[in-house]
Ligand binder design. Structure first.
Ligand SMILES: [Zn+2]
Length: 369
């Protein structure tokens, strides 16, 4: 029997939850990880129409790209769309799970699905995620090293891929002299002391830094804790933003624009002209990707396909890159079929049996003439 937790584990092998933006709310939204799953319905937005489709098609699990819950709920008010949706999900016993920015930042995620549909090849991340790590070093007496390292690891330090509690330790000599107001744990105030210490090093994800430093200070036996925080340039290999690739044959901008409109079923496109060259290298970012415009220009791409572009962005882009806003829904909807393909494949490989189907409900309410 396949359960919700089996499917979500497969999803998180592709798009681990900790890849998501800190303020995002990815993962289980409503329901039980233990619930049985016979059919999974995959859609872009959690809407009432999508939940109706799930009940029509007898889907026990709904996977959406956009999450339903963002801010803490203060009540479940069924006169609001969100409240009705939650009530309908709970009443029908269906489970809702969302993979949002973790899927945007995963290899083969939202932007790659978009690029593939546009015929891009040799795709890679447009921007690699770097500088998200810090190295924390502290100096502790040998008998306290395990306690301090353990607390730092519990607070989120020392995780590398599938390993946790990773640290490095070297022995050395620390020196110090406490002034008249000090109360040293080792030695006497006013006298220079030499103490055997461990230099304890740990890799820390930037977002866990305050918690890790707090845990270190709390468990460190010294009155004054000596520590260093180093910025790192490590590239996080499994995550990035946007994607860039090349077309099999260069196209004129007019032909490329038509390809974008047709491939994405976009009613209309907004764009600006770039350099007077044919389009060969293309940067993409599914959904709101205007923050990557400068990176797209710097990458040498001839065109940048994304959504939610502002008026002044076109002025920044003009003459540099063909900047195309093809719509938020239109640039993200390719991820739905990518999820379906991935899950069908992953379920078959794990010898689990459950149907996975793309939603036929259009969950965008935006129309164009
Ligand atoms: Zn989106």
């Amino acid at each position: 029997m396949v359960r919700v937790k089996d499917i979500t584990a497969l999803m998180e092998r592709w798009a681990p939850r900790d890849l998501a933006f800190e303020k995002d709310n990815v993962g289980l939204q409503v329901g039980s990880p233990e619930a049985r799953v016979r059919r999974v319905l995959v859609g872009l937005d959690p809407t009432e129409a999508l939940v109706r489709e799930a009940s029509r098609r007898r889907s026990d699990l709904i996977i959406t790209h956009h999450p339903l819950l963002f801010t803490p709920l203060r009540n479940l008010n069924t006169s609001t769309a969100q409240g009705r949706l939650l009530a309908a999900l709970i009443r029908s016993g269906r489970t809702l799970y969302s993979a949002h920015t973790n899927l945007d930042f995963a290899p083969g995620g939202t932007s790659f699905a978009l690029g593939e549909l546009l015929g891009l090849r040799e795709m890679r991340f447009l921007v690699q995620q770097s500088r998200t790590y810090r190295k924390v070093v502290t100096f502790v007496p040998a008998d306290a090293a395990d306690t301090v390292a353990g607390a730092m690891a519990t607070a989120g330090g020392g995780t590398i891929g599938n390993y946790d509690t990773c640290s490095f330790r070297t022995r050395g000599t620390g020196t110090f002299r406490g002034n008249a107001r000090s109360s040293p744990r080792v030695g006497k105030r006013g006298r220079t002391e030499h103490v055997e210490e461990i230099r304890l090093e740990m890799l820390v994800d930037q977002r866990n830094l305050p918690a890790v430093l707090g845990a270190m200070r709390q468990t460190h036996p010294y009155e004054e804790v000596a520590y260093d925080v180093y910025p790192l340039e490590n590239i996080h290999p499994g995550t990035g933003m946007g994607a860039i690739g090349v077309l099999r044959t260069p196209l004129s901008s007019a032909v490329f624009l038509r390809r974008v409109r047709t491939a994405l079923h976009a009613g209309s496109l907004r764009y600006t002209h770039g350099r007077p060259a044919r389009i060969r290298t293309v940067a993409v970012c599914g959904g709101a990707g205007r923050g990557l415009l400068q990176e797209a220009i710097a990458s040498g791409a001839d065109a940048f396909v994304t959504a939610d572009v502002h008026y002044h962005d076109y002025q920044d882009a003009a003459g540099h890159i063909v900047l195309i806003d093809a719509g938020h829904y239109e640039t993200e909807i390719p991820i739905v079929n990518a999820i379906v393909r991935y899950l069908r494949n992953a379920l078959a490989q794990s010898r689990m049996r459950a149907d996975v189907v793309p939603a036929t409900t259009r969950t965008s309410t935006m129309m164009s003439l």
